[in-house]
Design a binder for this molecule. Structure first.
Ligand code: 5GP
Ligand code: MN
Length: 343
């Protein structure tokens, strides 16, 4: 199916008026929440309804996307989250390629008999788990892909003024956050869409301020501490590592999402090609990887960090004492580069 046919198929499914739940991934980011809110507000404008369920809390800086606190977070209300998924006849999955990325929602999601649609920009989606898959790993973000999809709907007919400002603002937020403010994964389409959005009076400046300029003082100080005391550079591997310990979390009053974006900083250093950030939680170590281009961190995360993602931005998890992660990372990267050199 072409992308236009897929869009028409989605429009048809939405017009069949099923009870709908929208879900995205664990640790939802701007793209996950933006796409969810954008999808829901589009449905509301079309006289339909949908409930948004997220597996874990969104970072505070995204709260402006959900002023009426409509989103149900599993961690805060397990019963409601489960009943919304169990009661749904249509489940729209956004911004993840594998059901396991929804963490504890994976079981209710896989056992649900609902029609399942996936809209996503990660590599290798789980094709057999969905009734309709709209996937484009070339898209900067799920929000970009959702925007392009909506443009193909007969009701929109390529006219962005037919989308509400709320929908456009939510989608713009996902594009801004996933591209790190138009820094990576951008395509000619990304800028055309941003241009459409600006013409439709989306306040990109305001989103920019909301998303990138609302650090708390302690978050800023945590960043300073990490750059000064934790970042280490391995010149041989052109790699940077930063470790956030449970002690740092406590000392700097760390909240969910507070380290968002920190992993990008070492890439500003001339000789750093790959940057890793390890964040200790009581259960596991959260891994964030970024690359300037030569190294596929998606493949690296798949091979050594129980995760995945995109070529230049990926993540995963480790289960080991926090003081062993730097050594593990450098050894893994070395092996990974060797295996690539031998290919
Ligand atoms: P971040 O470093 O911002 O948490 O994640 C960057 C990207 O890596 C996300 O957009 C997502 O695609 C991917 N990612 C993050 N954590 C995981 C994980 O635990 N498993 C997988 N498969 N992908 C992840
Ligand atoms: Mn995304």
């Amino acid at each position: 199916m072409t992308s236009v046919q897929q869009a028409k198929e989605l429009e048809k499914i939405l017009n069949e008026d099923r009870k709908t739940a929208i879900i995205s991934h664990f640790n939802p980011d701007g793209d996950a929440v933006g796409a969810s809110v954008g999808m829901r507000s589009f449905l509301l404008s079309a006289g339909k309804d949908a409930d948004i369920v997220i597996p874990s809390r969104q970072p505070e800086f995204l709260d402006f996307l959900d002023p009426e606190k409509h989103i149900t977070c599993y961690v805060d209300d397990k019963e409601k989250a489960e009943s919304l998924i169990n009661g749904a006849e249509l489940i729209i999955c956004l911004d993840f390629n594998r059901i396991e990325r929804t963490e504890w929602l994976a079981y209710p999601l896989s056992s649900s008999k609902a029609v399942k649609v996936l809209i996503d920009h990660h590599l290798n989606p789980d094709t057999e788990k969905f009734d309709l898959i709209i996937s484009d790993p070339g898209a900067s973000s799920t929000c970009e892909l959702l925007y392009r999809t909506l443009m193909c709907f007969s009701s929109i007919d390529g006219d962005p003024t037919r989308l509400s400002l709320i929908t456009l603002t939510a989608l713009a937020t996902g594009i801004l956050t996933d591209t790190n403010n138009f820094n990576n994964s951008v395509t000619p389409d990304t800028f055309l869409i941003a241009s459409d959005m600006l013409r439709c009076k989306v306040d990109i400046d305001a989103i920019n301020n909301m998303v990138f300029k609302r650090y708390s003082e302690s978050r800023m100080r945590l960043m300073g501490h990490l750059l000064t005391d934790s970042m280490s550079i391995d010149p041989g591997l052109s790699a940077s590592t930063i470790v956030i310990t449970l002690k740092d979390r406590e000392h700097y009053h760390f909240a969910d999402g507070d380290s968002e974006g920190f992993v990008n900083l070492p890439l500003m250093i001339r000789d750093v090609e790959v940057s890793a950030l390890f964040s200790e939680t009581p259960e596991y170590i959260r891994v964030s990887l970024r690359s300037k281009g030569r190294i596929s961190v998606n493949a690296l995360a798949n091979a050594y960090f129980n995760g995945g993602g995109h070529e230049r931005a990926a993540g995963g998890r480790l289960y080991m004492p926090i003081d062993e992660v730097r050594g593990y990372f450098l050894k893994s990267l070395e092996q990974f580069l060797q295996s690539k050199a031998e290919e």
